[in-house]
Design a protein around this ligand. Structure first.
Ligand SMILES: [Mn+2]
Length: 453
């Protein structure tokens, strides 16, 4: 059954590949539109590398959302083929009215609309394949060029999958097939190792403090805590992990496993890459930082293989983002959350804290800085509104909590918007409604816990 689903998805991708190849051969400039996160930037890298290698030309635009005004502008452009990566499936209706050919390579929930004859729609959901776990936007895009003998680009699809948090517990489904392609082409190697950040480029105490996936209680986001931890083990914290002796590495490994067994896991590396980008998760984080700082051209040029100055600039952005995360974690540690009956919340008007609110709310729970028995809402004030990032942990879901539902219901009372998943959700509410909103969410979660059957 699973194989049949995958087979159908691959057949659809092959159609897309034929369409792409036809337009390249006819000398058409391919119009590419992709998403601004690590997955979308990787997707753009996959397709543009492929077009370039096939001797074609492209014009890329990276956007945060495929809004109607963007679609209307694109519709007026004079291209024969548009390729939408990591987006487009929700916009079938307006895309149907394009005169040009369209490839959609997405993995988000598609709109329930008939697809026009001009569109080849590649999306795992159409074939019963899990798009949140088994295939990213970069993966969907990779499938569309796979038949052009492009296994050496599979690693970028994996970088994209990490961006959408699909690889943390190992790859599955279509992602696994893509991984096999990557290994076959010699661009990716897997070995068991410590999943700590920048282990060949940063001092080891920084590597520990910068490790957010998986989180390490007492170490993640805590430079001082990481230093002390290493000192207690008798290790010098100022050198890189890769410069520790084998014995020292083993000592550290054993100690870290005690803190979080998930730290020892499969590590995916691109052996031919420059050290900063060798670990696919590091690569993904660097693209993510480009996206978050709206340096889309920079992210794209990295995905297209540019290094040197482009990489230096991107590393600065990534390091800056890391400092912001550290500051955010220190803030959570110092301030803690405000407690209501069934929920807790963080509130900030600080520019830096606001940027990392979602992450620190989530990691704050995982590392035990926040009460794990209460969902947390991270509130960031934006002028007249408040952006809400809600997070909880798996055991609370089992006790009945559905944050997406709660945030959706409660925000709509104030003309706000909200929703998402049971475990992670968001909302936007008017600033004046803050206290009343918090009170409502508190009640809604209490209700969910009481009525859990
Ligand atoms: Mn994506």
């Amino acid at each position: 059954m699973t194989q049949h689903k995958q087979h159908s998805l691959l057949n659809r991708s092959a159609e897309a590949c034929n369409m792409l190849k036809k337009h390249i051969d006819e000398g058409h400039v391919i119009r590419v539109i992709s998403h601004n996160d690590a997955d979308g930037l990787s997707a753009a890298g996959v397709i543009t590398n492929a077009i370039k290698e096939e001797g074609g030309q492209f014009h890329v635009t990276i956007v945060s959302r495929l809004q109607m005004d963007v679609i209307n502008d694109l519709k007026k452009e004079n291209y024969e083929l548009f390729v939408f990566c990591d987006m487009g499936s929700a916009c079938l209706k307006p895309l149907n009215s394009f005169k040009a050919d369209i490839i959609i390579a997405d993995h988000h929930q598609p709109a329930d609309v008939e697809t026009g004859d001009n569109i080849v729609h590649v999306n795992p959901h159409l074939f019963g394949v899990d798009g949140s776990r088994e295939l990213s936007g970069a993966g969907s895009t990779y499938l569309c060029i796979r038949d052009l003998d492009k296994k050496h680009l599979a690693y970028l699809a994996l970088v994209g999958a990490f961006g959408d948090m699909q690889g943390e517990d190992g790859f599955m489904g279509m992602n696994k097939l893509i991984l096999q392609d990557a290994i076959e082409s010699g661009t990716v190697e897997i070995h068991e190792g410590l999943k700590i950040a920048s282990k060949s480029t940063e001092a080891v105490y920084k590597s520990l403090a910068y490790t957010f996936k998986p989180a390490l209680p007492g170490l993640t986001g805590d430079l001082e805590g990481s230093q002390q931890f290493l000192e207690q083990l008798g290790l010098s914290y100022g050198i890189k992990f890769t410069d520790l002796s084998g014995e020292e590495q083993d000592l550290l490994k054993d100690a870290l496993i005690q803190i979080n067994p998930k730290i020892l896991s499969e590590v995916y590396t691109a052996p031919k890459e420059i050290s900063y980008l060798q670990d696919l998760e590091d690569f993904s984080d660097i693209l993510d930082a480009c996206g978050k700082n709206k340096k889309y051209g920079l992210g794209l040029s990295l995905a297209l293989g540019e290094r040197g100055e482009a990489l230096d600039t991107a590393l600065k952005l990534r390091n800056n983002y890391r400092s912001q995360l550290i500051k955010g974690m220190e803030w959570v540690k110092k301030e803690g959350a405000v407690q209501l009956n069934t929920i807790q919340y963080l509130y900030s008007e600080d520019q830096i804290i606001k940027k990392v609110m979602g992450t620190i709310a989530s990691v704050g729970l995982t590392v035990g800085l926040l009460d794990e028995n209460k969902p947390v809402l991270g509130l960031s004030r934006l002028h007249k509104d408040i952006k809400v990032s809600g997070r909880t942990l798996r055991p609370m879901i089992e006790r009945g909590v559905n944050l997406g539902k709660a945030l959706n219901e409660c925000s709509s009372n104030f003309g706000g918007q909200g929703g998402g998943h049971d475990i992670a959700a968001g909302a936007m509410i008017p600033y004046e409604a803050k206290d009343e909103f918090l009170h409502l969410v508190d009640q809604a979660i209490a209700y969910q816990l009481e009525n859990n059957s």
